[in-house]
Design a protein around this ligand. Structure first.
Ligand code: ADP
Ligand code: MG
Length: 252
């Protein structure tokens, strides 16, 4: 059975996509069979890792959510040997289309159940919203990791996400675990950033992973079709992501 990890925060620009790609690649480097799913209509993950991979008209996560394709038929393989279900431009419409479907919250969970034996880890890159796509991801997930840009103090967004997690746990997925908060883009030279990071654990009573330092090398990765591990494996950010990945693999 695969472990399903959702990377979620209702705020944009907190490194959800960067984190999903980096952790998936780090898991793969540890010999695990990994599936990434792009659940953001903006398709940043798909463009970063798989823009050139799919043929025109090939199935995407839109088709998976609509029941027109299984996960296996929608998979493309990235340059770093991670399997990816790409987003499609019509994903924004999926949210509306799903609204009319019975058991809409569990569509993704059921689709992933079909490939549970194929993968050790499934990583879901969520959109910056708390709509049906994110609720579906939290319903399909065993664990959720919440990246937040420390300088942005994304506190309100974190609270909203944790409320949604509590709702999903109460109604749809009682075993969902918040595996941790992940401060990203942290300038470790700044005392302020340190203080913010140190405050997170007690404030939310949750594990704090990382932090992932700010690194100019991160921005170069998507243009090369690689995660930060593939593009700048020795950067401070890549090293931090490898440590986070190893921590998430403890006991597996
Ligand atoms: P989200 O998916 O939450 O919207 P992204 O992963 O797309 O966030 O990241 C937002 C921006 O921040 C991107 O331009 C990305 O390159 C940049 N970024 C992410 N992590 C880092 C980091 N550790 N150092 C520097 N820039 C980063
Ligand atoms: Mg993103």
């Amino acid at each position: 059975m695969s472990r399903v990890l959702a990377v979620a925060n209702s705020k944009g620009g907190v490194a959800k996509t960067t984190t999903a790609a980096a952790l998936a690649t780090a898991f793969r480097a540890r010999g695990r069979r990994v599936l990434l799913v792009d659940l953001d209509p903006q398709a940043c993950l798909t463009f970063a890792l798989g823009a050139d991979l799919g043929e025109d008209g090939a199935p995407t996560v839109v088709d998976v959510l609509a029941g027109r394709s299984g996960v296996r038929d929608a998979v493309v393989v990235t340059a770093e040997d991670v399997h990816l279900v790409p987003a499609g431009i019509e994903l924004a419409g999926s949210e509306a289309a799903l609204a009319g479907v019975p058991d809409r919250e569990t569509v993704l969970r059921r689709a992933l159940a079909e490939v549970a034996g194929d993968y050790d880890d499934v990583v879901l890159d969520c959109s910056p919203s708390l709509g049906l796509l994110t609720v579906g991801a939290l319903t399909a997930a065993d664990e959720v990791l919440v990246p937040l840009a420390a300088e942005m103090l994304g506190h309100r967004a974190v609270g909203q996400l944790l409320d949604t997690v509590a709702d999903v746990r109460a109604h749809l997925n009682p075993s969902l675990v918040v595996v941790g908060l992940l401060p990203t883009m942290v300038d470790l030279r700044g005392a302020h950033a340190r203080a913010v990071v140190d405050d997170l654990g007690p404030r939310y009573d949750l594990p704090v992973l990382g932090p992932v330092p700010r690194s100019v090398r991160v921005a170069e990765a998507p243009a090369r079709g690689l995660s930060v591990l593939g593009a700048a494996g020795r950067s401070s950010a890549a090293q931090a992501y490898r440590q986070v990945a190893d921590r998430l693999l403890v006991g597996r």
